[in-house]
Design a protein. Structure first.
Length: 277
């Protein structure tokens, strides 16, 4: 069971959607929900020296009003869901704040960026920065489509690598509660994985010891579509309501550059995705 979940709060258009998803998940697991208000708005940029006092006061007042609106939304949704909830609004850089609070929780809930919306630029790399630095899994909620329930029918992406193994361990509370578990391998193991170390029964025997549902192992090819699209197609074919996968990426000039499959899912996901790094 999940015992504590964090959700990213801000004044963006998708905030209500992810709070509702996080509250629904918290209710199922009887988990505490921590709302972390980490607004990107750089209020500190506007100071009395560079900005007229009237404008600065107006900006501060508007920021306070928006924060109060989000706080009211958070408490209304969590009270309706019947979950224990706490509000946090620390000052600092959004990615650092969210990563820190994620370390005190089982997972962090964030939103997929909709490139067509006005706030997309300021959220462009926030999720990547959090999932790569937090050390905890990040559950991404798509900006469209159904998000409830989450975790009844899970598609787990297995490529025999460290990130996938970490994701499988991080997702244990969700895997324990799921009703259907599909293990998806795209294109088979890479050349770096010694074939002598692969026992086709190992995964199923481990899942049995864990008490997970009887797994169904599926293999897909990525030729002509790419790994990310192969994963999404498999999720659609199996009516999965959650994808679990390792997040791949590296840092470049203080920004995170995601791997191809991770990037594809971040941009085109149709169901919630739990990323772990």
């Amino acid at each position: 069971m999940l015992v504590r979940i964090a959700v990213h709060l801000d004044r963006d258009e998708d905030c209500a959607r992810r709070v509702e998803a996080a509250a629904q998940l918290a209710a199922v697991h009887r988990a505490e929900l921590i709302g972390v208000y980490a607004s990107y708005f750089p209020l500190a940029f506007y100071d009395e020296v560079g900005t007229p006092n009237e404008v600065y006061s107006l900006l501060r007042g508007r920021s306070s009003e928006e924060e109060n609106r989000v706080r009211t939304l958070f408490h209304e949704v969590t009270e309706s869901a019947g979950v224990t909830a706490r509000w946090k609004a620390p000052e600092g850089e959004s990615d650092q704040i969210l990563a820190m609070y994620a370390r005190y929780c089982d997972l962090m809930v964030m939103s997929q960026v909709n490139a067509d919306r006005s706030n997309s630029q300021r959220f462009a790399n926030l999720a990547e920065a959090v999932m790569m630095s937090a050390g905890r899994p990040v559950l991404m909620i798509p900006y469209s489509g159904r998000t409830s329930p989450i975790g009844n029918r899970i598609l787990f992406c297995w490529d025999f690598r460290r990130e996938a193994a970490r994701a499988f361990a991080d997702a244990q509370p969700l895997l324990q509660e799921c009703k259907e578990l599909i293990i998806l391998t795209v294109d088979g193991p890479s050349e770096t994985v010694p074939s002598s170390a692969i026992d086709p029964q190992e995964f199923s025997s481990y899942c049995k010891l864990r008490g997970y549902p009887l797994i169904r192992e599926v293999t897909r090819g990525s030729h002509g579509v790419g790994i990310g699209s192969a994963i999404l197609n498999a999720a659609t074919d199996h009516s999965s309501d959650l994808i679990i996968m390792g997040a791949y990426g590296h840092s470049r000039f203080k920004e995170w550059v995601m791997g191809g499959a991770s990037r594809t899912l971040l941009e085109t996901m149709t169901v919630p995705v739990l990323f772990s790094h």
